[in-house]
Design a protein around this ligand. Sequence first.
Ligand code: GH3
Ligand code: MG
Ligand code: MG
Ligand code: MG
Length: 324
Amino acid sequence: NRALASREFGMGDPLALAAAETGQNASILLVEDRKSSAERLSAALGQHHKVTVAADPHDALVLAAEGTFELALVSLDLQGFDGLRLCSQLRSLDRTRNMPVMMIAEEHDRARVIRGLEFGVHDYLMRPVDRNELVARVRTQVRRSRFSETLRGAVQASMEMAVTDGLTGLHNRRYLDSHLSVLFCDAALRHRPVSALMLDIDRFKSINDTYGHEAGDEVLRAFAGRIRLHTRGIDIVARYGGEEVVIILPDAEPDAAHVIAERIRERIEAVPFLIQRETREVRVTVSIGVACRHADDQGPADMLKRADLALYRAKSSGRNRVEA
Ligand code: GH3
Ligand code: MG
Ligand code: MG
Ligand code: MG
């Protein structure tokens, strides 16, 4: 039965997870400067949640921006400060915009409540606050927010999966194709250089044959990690095929691209890869073809074709080399 429960409510199933979510144990920020009211509200919420009271709206904003609260409950009648302004700030700051905000208002203050709802405050309660209603409304907001956070996470994960290679964590070919065409076109318009390195591990088949396919996978992962270490954030590093990687270097002139390729070749050769829980050292070399954008290229495929031809020359002239 436990196995069943964990399958039904496992992280892999956001809808089931949200259904199981009770909206309890949230970390709540209560912004209220009237002591008796703060005490009553936190007593009611404290049975189900962890409540932090901020009497000063400036403190409240700083606390909320730390990003640890799941919900803010803001009194609209703070002394000398417009609680509605705080609500508006919470709704617009990057760090807090996904956190639900609720208002507490006096009956005569409906006009401001409506303004708050118009700029995205999630819910409100009128004074005198009914504690059961308070608890129920807060729980609803917490549940809704946790549900959308879970969905957001799931959507992000599947978007990453679509552009990431599962074995190496590098970008996949689909990502390369779509981004390279934009980047290439932009470089052509601005008359800026773009370079491409095409890498292929030397005699990779013999690594598989000697140590097994699993070990080959480990080498590939470590190879990818080391390449990332020697490239910049703006470079595109993508797994192009089995043991082939393409690196796109925006703004790199041919000479610079050649230097970078040579450095990568040297770093792969210089340090053997440790695999099988660091019990085994595998020496790896790589051949690299370099090509740069030409003014008369029709598109990035022309540049990649030249990189591939250069790679072929590197292989046929002995491997563990860079050719342009
Ligand atoms: P060369 O120096 O000419 O590149 O020799 P090579 O053996 O590396 O070349 P070849 O292209 O003939 O073989 C590549 C090998 O890479 C064949 C394939 O089994 C292996 N390979 C491709 N993808 C993977 C993978 O994801 N994991 C493992 N372990 N091996 C892979
Ligand atoms: Mg090959
Ligand atoms: Mg190879
Ligand atoms: Mg190959």
